[in-house]
Design a binder for this molecule. Structure first.
Ligand SMILES: Cc1ncc(C[n+]2csc(CCOP(=O)(O)OP(=O)(O)O)c2C)c(N)n1
Length: 1003
């Protein structure tokens, strides 16, 4: 038998598992080269003893080569075992005497016990949260029974599992450096070790952090929670906490319940502690220098947050309950628990200025998450706050939504990407253990609703919401964590929902036992007040006065709300653009200015676009060819799409307008046409963005490849665009049809945000589009029009402007982009814009523009009229075809091959919405005897026909029909069969130029 049997097999396996799976080994080595392996060997095959021996020999050679705890241990053991000899000798080194054997046995036992205690400490750190008493109702613990670690239930279990005896409880043990339970002491009795670990890990706080693979971060958390006495509150702090609970709960929630008992409020009852929790995060962050906090949250407790965190005037909240008040602003408005808010004020605790905004959101749970992140990123950007020391975000979640909604995951994955990070978000989960009527058992497959946060190594602090002091402590550590490590953190408030999903719902239908327990539950305010009264921190009278004081505030505000005659949605704006809409109090002109650029500016941008601004920077030879092509075009005063885009962005940057382009693979461009980021072929990760080398005082250009997400990233860019009107923020879909993964952002924010929340935005969507007969390469923006566009979203002629960028002369359309950008720079109304960008036309020889179409004095053309032979003799023309996009080139080719240039005119719409009624009318009138047709390459139910046809009827007063030419209706937007594609193309082109096609037909 091995004399140095170090670990009992069970402990060996346990330790090996722990050590292999989690950060540092309990006993790490200072130097791998001079010491034994850093991973713990398996207990099989005597690995543990050789491990011990290796350490022992290493220690003999140089005591500093092993971890301090081993050094301590060998010293102590040598003193005890060798009684005076300088160093203990390993058994294999010398012939063994009886006393040597006995001293080694002692040593062995000491080592075993020592390691057992280390393992026990780590077990608490890793799995103590499973034992913690997190649920105020006591039912979660039963649900999580299967996760409760068997080694941490009772003291007997612990001792048995770790091969310790009761007698060991009073022995002193050396504490490893990976625990802070000792405070200033290095050793503690096992009994005390267990007591302190129980206190830290198994009371009302459950800490999940040992999966974080950063030792410093784990140590930081251990120190914050393990150090004795960390959770002591002064009586002043306790009184503030009580006062905040009074406001949050008894008076605000009760007040609303009393006044509007039959109205939906989505009250916070059962989690009132969220108000002091959020306030603590804000106070603490303000103390550390934060000046701007952007919040996103769902319905639950929103009114309470508006009243008691943001400090919205109470009468304005109460007004929202008055059904008689008329809305002063245009638009549909929204329910009160979706509205946003922006408020600058002094933080009373820190006496510093703070701006708080709560971002308006739709019903769609979690959809606001990326929007908040984007807005936060933008605010940080404009302040030059690269580290997030001035601006931060807080996201509040429901437990079911946090676990169930994929956008949460998408948002987490943005959190550490350089162009998307907001340097840490504090997430607060209102974990009321139910989602509408659904139990957690049916709502997720993970033990906690917060497990999604583990993917980004965010620590998760679960806390029993009925222990306000524990909640406050956890929130203050969370704020410090964010400030220290610039990383996300989650506070999981384990609570309950006192009423149904809303105040009208009967929860006993579906959760009878849970609600029996909830009805027995003493409200947290009462519990906490009783505690403070019992310990003498406040008197009953003071408590009652606090309640009466807030009651008076509510009543007075209620009285004032009765005097209001009108409801202003504008008062609920989350992202105001001060000074943008008015000059000296007068509304600004909203006309579109000329958007041309002086030729020398175009030439300069062209030359930078064709160069490599950094020295000793080796680009790919293929790219050199592309740059030479750009130089040639610039010399010839022409542009293709990619170069025109350069001109558009560059000219805005010159004006001081920040441009940000984000999306999948946008840096190179999906179709390898853009190349805005050059990569040194010889130096890893060395890149150059020529667009940022245009002028010394230009605005910054950000171009960033995003994660493979549409919902999250479009939401992010929308939020980014919300922060300022003086920027051009573009999101590009890899292919246009992928936009539908982000449909929620398009439907709920972009199309409707202005109507619901009087909120403006200038986001630009670039959607590559084209019917090209290849199933995957085909991109059909028609899908947008059909399913997310004008027909469905009531965007006619609403705030969303669609431009078909594919209606060339190609770059002209990109120039459209510049036009709209300059439009913004001219401080004119920025529109949300969709540009259907091209694919095959990127390299089409005809799809080029001359500088003449871009220089000063030119402007965006909403309609490009026919300018060939037909236009010169319009009375001869028999058919006028209107179209938009790439099909124009097919039409022109076919017309030429049939020799019909004098009989058929082709006019392009560059702007689809708002519909260019005036210009279309002019065109139609110019060709009085021509049949009018609309031609599109998309299927009939997907392109623009349904949208344009009633508008043509309005223009033509039903005197002339507008015939449809195009593909038949279909379910799929495009065929994957090249032959089918070409046959259908030929068929509709034949119809387009068959001048008898509509004879005898009725419209
Ligand atoms: C995306 C989405 N799907 C469904 C709903 C309908 N809905 C409203 S609240 C709710 C339950 C939410 O539960 P939870 O996230 O736990 O928050 P709680 O209401 O319990 O605070 C559901 C399913 C919704 N609002 N959004």
């Amino acid at each position: 038998m091995n004399q140095l049997r170090l670990l009992p097999s069970r402990l060996g396996a346990q330790a090996a598992r722990l050590l292999a799976a989690h950060e540092v080994p309990v006993f790490g080595w200072r130097s791998r080269s001079s010491g034994p392996p850093a991973t713990f060997p398996s207990s099989k095959g005597g690995g543990s003893s050789s491990y011990m021996e290796e350490m022992y020999f290493a220690w003999l050679e140089n005591p500093r080569s092993v971890h301090k705890s081993w050094d301590n241990f060998f010293r102590k053991a040598s003193e005890e075992a060798s009684s005076g000899s300088a160093q203990p000798r390993p058994p294999s080194v010398v012939r063994e005497s009886r006393s040597a054997v006995s001293s080694r046995t002692k040593t062995s036992k000491l080592v075993e016990d020592h390691l057992a205690v280390q393992s026990l400490i780590r077990a608490y750190q890793i799995r103590g949260h499973h034992v913690a008493q997190l649920d105020p109702l006591g039912i979660l613990d039963a649900d999580l029974d299967s996760f409760v670690p068997s080694d941490l239930i009772t003291t007997i279990d612990k001792l048995a599992f770790y091969d310790l005896q009761e007698a060991d409880l009073d022995k002193e043990f050396q504490l490893p450096t990976t625990t802070f339970i000792g405070g200033s002491e290095n050793t503690l009795s096992l009994r005390e070790i267990i007591r302190r670990l129980e206190n830290t890990y198994c009371q009302h706080i459950g800490l999940e952090f040992m999966f974080i693979n950063d030792v410093e971060q784990c140590q930081w958390i251990r120190q914050k929670f393990e150090t004795p006495g960390v959770m002591q509150f002064s009586s002043e702090e306790k009184r503030t906490l009580l006062a905040r609970l009074v406001r949050s709960m008894s008076r605000f929630e009760d007040f609303l319940a009393r006044k509007w008992s039959s109205e939906k409020r989505f009250g916070l009852e059962g989690c009132e502690v969220m108000i002091p929790a959020l306030k603590t995060i804000i106070d603490k962050s303000s103390e550390m220098g934060i000046e701007n906090v952007i919040l996103g949250m769902p319905h639950r407790g929103r009114l309470n947050v508006l009243a008691n965190v943001i400090r919205k005037d109470l009468e304005q909240i109460f007004c929202q309950f008055d059904p008689k008040l008329e809305a002063a602003d245009e638009g549909s408005g929204d329910v009160k628990y979706h509205l946003g808010m922006y408020h600058e004020r002094i933080n009373r605790v820190t006496n510093r200025n703070i701006t708080l905004s709560l971002v308006a959101n739709p019903s769609h749970l979690e959809a606001v998450d990326p929007v908040v992140q984007g807005k936060t990123k933008a605010e940080q950007f404009y302040r030059g706050d690269a580290q997030g020391k001035k601006v931060m975000s807080i996201l509040v979640h429901g437990d079911a939504a946090f676990a169930g909604q994929g956008v949460v995951y998408e948002t987490f994955h943005l959190s550490d990407l350089p162009s998307y990070t907001t340097n840490g978000t504090v997430h607060v989960v209102v974990n009321n253990q139910i989602g509408f009527t659904t139990d957690p058992r049916m709502a997720r497959s993970s033990p906690y609703p917060t497990d999604v946060a583990r993917v980004v190594n965010a620590p998760i602090f679960h806390v029993n919401a009925d222990d306000p002091e524990a909640v406050i402590y956890v929130c203050s550590v969370a704020a410090e964590w964010r400030n220290t490590f610039n990383k996300d953190v989650v506070v999981d408030l384990v609570c309950y929902r006192r009423r149904g999903h809303n105040e009208m719902d009967e929860p006993m239908f579906t959760q009878p036992l849970m609600y029996k327990q909830i009805h027995r539950q003493v409200p947290v305010l009462k519990k906490y007040a009783d505690k403070l009264i019992a310990e003498g921190t406040v008197t009953l009278q003071e408590f009652e006065e606090e309640i009466a004081k807030y009651d008076r505030i509510c009543e007075e505000a209620y009285g004032r709300s009765k005097d209001k005659k009108i409801l202003h949605i504008k008062h609920w704006l989350d992202s105001p653009w001060p000074g943008f809409f008015n000059v000296d109090g007068e509304p600004k002109s909203m006309t579109c200015p000329a958007t041309g650029i002086p030729e020398d500016v175009l030439t300069h941008i062209g030359s930078v676009a064709s160069s490599v601004p950094l020295e000793d920077f080796k680009i790919h030879t293929g790219l050199s060819r592309i740059l030479r092509g750009r130089a040639d075009m610039t010399n010839n005063r022409t542009v293709d799409w990619a170069l025109a885009e350069y001109m558009a962005f560059g000219s805005l940057l010159k004006e001081g307008i920040h441009v940000r382009l984000s999306g999948q693979d946008v840096e190179r461009g999906t179709f390898s046409h853009r190349h805005h980021v050059l990569h040194d072929q010889e130096v890893d990760r060395r890149t150059c963005v020529p667009m940022n080398h245009l002028w010394p005082d230009q605005a910054p250009y950000t171009v960033c490849n995003s994660s493979l997400s549409e919902y999250g990233v479009l939401g992010f860019e929308l939020g980014y665009a919300m922060a300022s009107p003086n920027a051009l923020v573009l999101w590009e879909a890899q292919f246009g049809d992928f936009h539908n993964t982000a449909q929620c952002i398009i439907d709920q924010f972009i199309s409707t945000g202005q109507a619901k929340w009087v909120r403006h935005n200038g986001i630009v969507l670039l959607l590559p589009h084209g019917m090209e007969g290849m199933v995957r390469a085909v991109v059909v923006a028609g899908g947008l029009v059909g399913s997310g566009g004008p027909r469905r979203d009531g965007m006619d002629p609403g705030p969303l402007v669609e431009l078909d960028g594919m209606c060339f002369p190609g770059p002209w359309s990109t120039w459209v982009c510049a036009g709209w950008g300059l439009h913004i720079s001219e401080r004119v109304f920025p529109f949300q814009l969709i540009i259907f960008t091209p694919k095959s036309l990127l390299r089409h020889p005809e799809a080029k523009s001359s500088f003449d179409q871009m220089v000063s004095g030119t402007s965006f053309q909403r309609v490009i009229p026919e300018d060939g032979a037909a236009a010169r003799a319009p009375e001869q023309v028999q058919r006028l075809i209107f179209c938009t996009g790439k099909v124009y080139y097919d039409l022109v080719k076919e017309r030429s091959s049939q020799g019909l240039e004098e009989k058929v005119a082709i006019t392009r719409l560059e702007q689809i919405s708002p519909f260019p009624f005036d210009l279309i009318k002019q065109e139609a009138e110019k060709y009085p005897d021509a049949e009018l047709a609309w031609c599109q390459e998309e299927h009939k139910n997907m392109g623009y026909y349904d949208y344009i046809s009633p508008r043509f009827m309005t223009i033509l007063r039903r005197t002339r029909p507008i015939w449809y030419v195009g593909r038949d209706p279909a379910a799929a937007p495009a065929t994957g069969n090249r032959n089918t594609h070409l046959v259908s193309l030929k068929k509709f082109l034949d119809t387009a130029f068959n001048l008898q096609a509509f004879e005898g037909k009725t419209f």
